[in-house]
Ligand binder design. Structure first.
Ligand SMILES: [Zn+2]
Ligand SMILES: [Zn+2]
Length: 336
């Protein structure tokens, strides 16, 4: 690694595990393991805890494993750094949020007379108890209720919106002792909102679920930054302290946090189309060979000179050659 912000010789960035984040991941893992071993948990909860454990494990490996590719038709060989693709990983979340943002901005292009609104819907805070598993369950429950309250709101007359996207965001206030969740909604609509009626309806929906939500929904015409605002949460989780991070991971485990509605469907999966850099042929599952290796093995393979140590980057769902290292490789290894 050189000093340039963790950039290594492949030109990519090291994962969270390699930048002092490794200790943190270890600590989190120990907490989850202890919780798992402390007593019997209901099956669904145990699955969540095991899922978190696996996710932390993958984050440790983020950017530290490599895939060696070989296209047998044109005999090109190249190296790609592997990412953990975990939504909690600050490195991967940034890549993903840029990708998702792009896809959503296309889907939310308004027609004639349509305006894009940014609506923020809140509910009451969840006080924390100090038992992270209990807090996880309480918060998870509240996230579910927020999503169903929003579904109900969209069926009411006061909802003039059409297609759109929402995201769920958790705010953790350690000092005050609560978690707060709210929802950012971007929606295309014709005409103006009846704000008082919207507030009244939102409150009424929640009262039926036993919560008195007095906060007024906030409605603005979406500006250029709105999409970024709506999708920004994905990169923020890592900044929470250990307790907050584990609660939020559990509360949001396997829940879709960014969701299109009214006909908007955008996947935020990491599906990447592989194209041979030598001849441009797309991946066919037959003439392409690959195997995953550790950093050490990768260095050996690249040093032997058969593989191109090129830096590839995902752009618009394709692996694109950004910079060719070519003959510089040997020199880099000499100085390493
Ligand atoms: Zn990652
Ligand atoms: Zn090829």
């Amino acid at each position: 690694m050189d000093s340039e912000g963790g950039r290594d010789f492949l030109g990519g960035r090291g994962g969270v595990g390699g930048r002092g984040g490794g200790d943190r991941l270890d600590t989190l893992q120990i907490t989850v393991e202890k919780t798992l071993g402390s007593k019997e948990h209901p099956e669904f909860l145990e699955n969540i805890l095991l899922g978190i454990l696996r996710s932390l494990e993958r984050m440790k490996e983020c950017g530290r494993r490599y895939r060696l590719w070989h296209h047998t038709v044109c005999d090109s060989r190249w190296v790609v750094r592997l990412r953990c693709e975990q939504r909690w990983c600050p490195v991967c979340a940034q890549v993903r949020s840029a990708r998702v943002r792009e896809r959503y901005s296309e889907a939310l292009h308004g027609g004639k007379g349509e305006r894009l609104y940014h609506i923020v819907l809140t509910t009451i805070p969840v006080r924390f108890t100090g038992d992270w598993v209990e807090d996880l369950l309480a918060l998870r429950n509240q996230v579910g209720r927020l999503q169903s309250a929003f579904r109900r709101l969209r069926q009411r007359k006061v909802w003039i919106g059409g297609r759109g996207v929402y995201s769920v965001e958790v705010v953790y206030n350690k000092g005050a002792g609560w978690f707060h969740i709210h929802m950012h909604v971007l929606v295309l609509a014709r005409g103006w909102w009846d704000l008082d009626a919207l507030h009244k309806t939102w409150r009424e929906i929640w009262l039926r679920m036993g919560c008195d939500v007095r906060h007024r929904p906030n409605v603005d015409v979406a500006d250029k930054g709105a999409l970024k605002e709506v999708l920004k949460y994905v990169t923020k989780h890592w900044e929470l302290d250990g307790y907050g991070l584990l609660v939020v991971m559990g509360a949001l485990w396997n829940k879709r946090l960014i969701q299109g509605f009214g006909g908007v469907r955008v996947t935020d999966d990491g599906g990447v189309e592989v194209v041979c850099p030598g001849c441009g042929a797309p991946y066919d599952g037959v003439t392409f060979n690959w195997r995953d290796v550790t950093e050490e093995e990768m260095r050996q393979e690249v040093l032997s000179g058969v593989y191109w140590a090129d830096y590839w980057e995902v752009v618009e769902n394709r692996l694109v050659l950004r910079r060719s290292w070519g003959r510089k490789v040997d020199k880099t290894f000499m100085s390493a």
